[in-house]
Design a protein around this ligand. Structure first.
Ligand code: SAH
Ligand code: SF4
Length: 361
């Protein structure tokens, strides 16, 4: 929702000051989908708001739930016609995380990523970023009261989302957040503002393909927000091949960026590592990864997430579960804190890296 527009509208219609607070609470905390639901404001104001404003800056084109009932993906159409995707994921029962996009498409073109392959359309506005969270908040509300006004879009059971709380926000959808810093910064402020969404900083994670200046800005302005670094390859040679951004900022640049980050924040950083069969999953790769992580100098503040590759092309395959477990144990024995991250939503192309902004079902 565009708060500036709302403020202006309320001022121009000579509303008392507390109206703004009432509306903000209803929209951001209660998750109303329509101004008509805000029953503690006068009826004529509700009607005028409906004529003047929209709560969301997009419309849902399609909503699809995964078989396991633990993730739901929405394809959203922005006002200019661009499409983005956002995913609601339940890592554990009753607990929901929202994975949001920061750009329509992505210019960084990582070889394993569906978003990257589709090219770059534009940066999202701060409103478009935070509205994805509002969208899921409304969705969870509607599903728990079974009043599904967006029921038409739901391609599978309306059970999804029933009775859960939205606890975490991850910037792991489409796009590179640090290439759209101005709007991401604004969206983070809105997400942690106690008068708006009121999320704790620690409930929010920002994932980057490795832009040192972005890491620095996050540390300076939001030292409590979690940082995830999509490392994926332990040598410049392999990283250059699959992640073109590495030619601009290589592993040494990232090491320096992380050292600076630790000086400022002293907080755990999540190292994301997709496992690709015969590409980055050998013992030698593991040794290179260990060597690199140790060279950063703060091993106790690094946590590696081994991620199953969600197939986006036939050229690459995910490492099998045996190799994955072996690698995990090897890293653990070498003193690395490591977990295998479960992949949710791969059957709805709603898992990481599968967000392409197209209607595929
Ligand atoms: N651009 C940012 C954030 C969005 S991508 C970044 O790259 O970090 C979110 C995460 O999904 C990143 O860790 C990314 O590397 C990962 N990812 C991309 N394609 C994937 C795929 N096919 N399978 C699994 N993870 C993937
Ligand atoms: Fe962009 Fe991240 Fe996908 Fe790379 S992995 S293309 S940086 S969205």
């Amino acid at each position: 929702m565009n708060i500036h527009k709302l403020k202006k509208f309320l001022e121009e219609s000579n509303q008392p000051k507390f109206r703004l607070e009432q509306i903000k609470k209803a929209v951001y905390q209660d998750g109303v989908s329509d101004f008509s639901e805000i029953t503690n404001i006068p009826k004529d104001l509700r009607e005028k708001l409906r004529e003047e404003m929209n709560i969301l800056s997009f419309t849902a084109q399609n909503i699809s739930g995964a078989e396991d009932k633990r993730s739901v993906k929405a394809l959203l159409k922005l006002r200019d016609g661009n499409l983005i995707e956002t995913v609601l994921i339940s890592p554990k029962l009753g607990d929901w995380s929202v994975c949001i996009s920061s750009q329509a498409g992505c210019p960084l073109g990582c070889a394993f990523c569906a978003t990257g392959r589709g090219g770059f359309k534009r940066n999202l506005t701060a409103e478009e970023i935070t509205d994805q969270v509002l969208f899921w908040k409304q969705y969870l509300n509607k599903n728990s009261s079974v009043a599904l006004s967006c029921h038409d879009y739901v391609t599978s059971s309306p059970e999804y989302g029933r009775g859960g709380k939205l606890n975490n926000i991850v910037f792991m959808g489409m796009g590179e957040p640090f290439l759209n810093w101005e709007n991401v910064e604004q969206s983070l402020k809105t997400l942690i503002d106690p008068e708006l969404f009121g999320f704790g900083s620690r409930a929010i994670s920002v994932s980057t393909a490795g832009l040192p200046e972005g890491i620095e800005k996050l540390a300076a302005e939001f030292p409590q927000i979690n940082l995830a670094l999509s490392l994926h390859f332990p040598t410049d040679e392999s990283r250059n091949e699959f992640m073109p951004i590495n030619k601009k900022y290589n592993l040494e640049d990232l090491r320096n960026a992380l050292r600076k980050y630790f000086l400022k924040c002293n907080r755990k950083v999540f190292i994301e590592y997709i496992l690709l069969e015969n590409i980055n999953d050998s013992r030698e790769d593991a040794d290179n990864l260990i060597k690199y992580l140790k060279s950063i100098g703060k091993l106790q503040l690094l946590h590696v997430n081994l991620i199953r590759y969600n197939a986006t092309s036939d050229e690459m395959k995910s490492s099998d579960s045996g190799v994955t477990r072996e690698l995990k144990d090897y890293l653990s024995r070498s003193g690395i804190s490591v977990t295998i991250r479960k992949s949710l939503g791969s059957d709805i192309q709603g898992a990481c890296g599968q967000l392409a902004g197209t209607r595929r079902r």
